[in-house]
Design a protein around this ligand. Structure first.
Ligand code: 5IU
Length: 277
């Protein structure tokens, strides 16, 4: 089972270049931490990224919330990604017909496919959402991969039962491009039939809803600890926003750094407690 193997071994075997790059980075930096930089001003955005960069494998963005976004923002983000060795995940949650998501991914002002190694999509439209994104991402010369939203962290989420099972089945049909899931637990083998070759299935699980102090927020978010998420539930990457960046206003760089280090160690310890040594 992939969750018992090291990130390093999985990096060597994975067939998707973006997944390989992420696993390699996790091993090299000893970090399974993704920081979610949900702020509205580019100055805060870059202050946070430059502070947390040494401790993360991945930076998760919502570029559409930046009030003063301009093309140089994503150019600088790519430069930082190369300089500090982290990947970029634009949490765009595509959810339209194939033709539309292909345009949303490649075009508009943000041109997401130019700079985001990883994006995600809701499985709700069916396999056409994957076909649409793949028509852009699979043609790119860069490392590109997509995560399906198999489960959400929020109270009352509809992503349960057969919805989740069908999401895994969809991903299994497109393993060259669907590198894994946003989910709360491992997904390999779910919904597989006897004819599916699941022996070498390795879906990366990126889990949002991670916090060491709070149990949730006032708007339905629910938090679990890195130990619950990584050791017990077998997820690969912890996604942390406010646990590290605070409210996103009046950024205290020293505190952000301290929290990033704290979550990096907690995430890595949870991983070491899981893998077979
Ligand atoms: N996010 C979730 N839960 C989900 C999905 C995405 O929290 O199920 I899908 C995003 C939303 C936010 C980040 O950008 O992950 C979590 O931020 P906090 O750690 O501040 O709650």
């Amino acid at each position: 089972a992939p969750h018992l193997q090291s990130y390093k071994d999985r990096a060597e075997k994975h067939t998707n270049p973006a997944a390989r790059a992420l696993l390699r980075c996790m091993d090299a930096k000893k970090s399974n931490l993704a920081v979610s930089v949900d702020v509205t001003r580019t100055k805060d955005f870059f202050d946070i990224i430059e502070t947390v960069a040494p401790y993360v494998c991945l930076i998760k963005t919502h570029v559409d919330i930046l009030e003063d976004w301009e093309p140089s923002v994503t150019a600088k983000l790519q430069e930082l990604s190369r300089m500090h060795d982290f990947l970029i995940f634009e949490d765009r949650k595509f959810a339209d017909i194939g033709n539309t998501v292909a345009l949303q991914y490649s075009s508009g002002i943000h041109k997401i496919s130019d700079w985001a190694h990883i994006v995600n999509a809701h499985p709700v439209p069916g396999p056409s959402v994957i076909t649409g994104l793949a028509s852009v991402g699979m043609k790119s010369k860069e490392e590109r991969g997509v995560l399906l939203l198999a489960e959400m962290s929020t109270k009352g989420a509809l992503t349960t039962g057969s919805y989740t099972t069908d999401a895994v089945r969809m991903a299994r049909q497109h393993r060259e491009f669907i590198i894994g899931f946003i989910a709360q637990r491992r997904m390999e083998g779910i919904g597989a039939s006897a004819t599916d070759n699941i022996a070498d299935e390795d879906f990366l699980i990126l889990a949002p809803g991670v916090g060491l102090d709070a149990k949730g927020d006032a708007m339905g978010q629910q938090y679990r600890t890195p130990a619950e998420v990584v050791t017990e539930c077998g997820c690969d990457v912890i996604i942390v926003g406010r646990g590290i960046i605070g409210t996103g206003r009046n950024i205290d760089a020293e505190e952000v750094k301290r929290q990033a280090q704290r979550y990096q160690s907690a995430g890595w310890e949870a991983y070491e407690n899981r893998v077979t040594k």
